[in-house]
Design a protein. Structure first.
Length: 297
């Protein structure tokens, strides 16, 4: 099974109303927002990545889901495999301390086990939000916006593997910054919101599918950082690489066409009647690449 097939099968099991048919990245229990993410060695991080950075990333990817609901973090539950490497464990704890202090997100508890082989780390984050936007709320005519820049983390992964490049891109891969403040500012206005974890194109397509409409993205509008532009370029191939790369953890959100977001963001597209994803550049159609983002399985 791939990820999509497995989720479809899960929907035939008993679901809590707060699961919202598993069509979002979080569950709702009253004003509580709950999310769970795993990071796996060899898939989400490299064996050579520093343990402190892996701890940071594990928490950050969960806080990013809370950010997409405009939630304030309450705390985290950690699932941690002890592998008998005292130095690695201490480095992980230091990174965990850093991010928990940075985002005021204390540890509530969790579980430890003894494990060998590739590390699989699990974390549940809990937050509180008054009116969290779903990914399924985009309306025909809405504009599609994204915070920050796209593609830095994918370029940073190549640097972590051995390519030469700027430290800013490597930092984007190893220490993503959850957009919690931006999410709280956007939540009251956004028709729909989610974070960009698997790639701008695939996540925009998921928002459109959940919202039962089509989405059109202007490749020329995809925001690139100066470091990315200098290292990779700004041509069509560079922009496609940015738009299909994962691990950005920016916020992707829909607003009415005449609305201005309350935080710095870039308008990258719009929603229309129909289904699917359409890509253009300078008004001309751009063929979709075979892979529009990352999918497990």
């Amino acid at each position: 099974m791939n990820e999509s097939t497995f989720l479809t099968a899960l929907r035939s099991l008993p679901l809590h109303a707060g699961a919202r048919d598993l069509a979002d990245d979080t569950a709702l229990l009253g004003d509580l927002v709950l999310t769970k993410d795993l990071v796996v060695e060899g898939i989400h991080f490299l064996p050579t990545d520093p343990a402190a950075d892996i701890a940071w990333k594990l928490v950050a990817v969960n806080l990013s889901d809370l950010a997409a609901k405009g939630a304030v973090p309450i705390g985290i539950l950690l699932g941690y495999p002890l592998a008998g490497d005292d130095g690695w464990d201490r480095g992980f704890l230091e990174g965990l301390r850093e991010i928990c202090q940075t985002f005021a997100c204390p540890i509530l508890g969790g579980d430890t086990v003894t494990a060998n082989g590739p590390r699989t780390l699990s974390l549940t984050a809990i937050g509180r939000a008054t009116d969290p936007p779903a990914r399924s709320g985009a309306r025909i005519g809405d504009a599609l916006w994204v915070t920050g820049t796209i593609g830095d983390a994918a370029a940073g992964l190549a640097i972590a593997i051995g390519e030469q490049g700027p430290s800013a891109l490597l930092a984007a891969y190893r220490r993503p910054q959850p957009r919690l403040a931006e999410g709280r500012a956007l939540a009251p206005q956004a028709s729909a919101m989610m974070d960009v974890s698997d790639g701008l194109l695939i996540d925009a397509a998921r928002m459109a599918q959940a919202s039962r409409c089509a989405v059109m993205i202007d490749l020329a509008a995809v925001p690139l950082s100066p470091a990315y532009a200098a290292h990779i370029g700004t041509n069509r191939e560079a922009r496609l690489a940015a738009a299909t790369g994962g691990d950005d953890y920016q916020l992707l959100f829909a607003l009415p066409p005449d609305a201005t977001p309350p935080v710095p963001a870039t308008r990258v597209g719009s929603f229309a009647q129909g289904t699917g994803l359409t890509l253009t550049q300078a008004g001309h159609p751009v063929p979709l690449p075979p892979r529009i983002g990352y999918q497990h399985g």
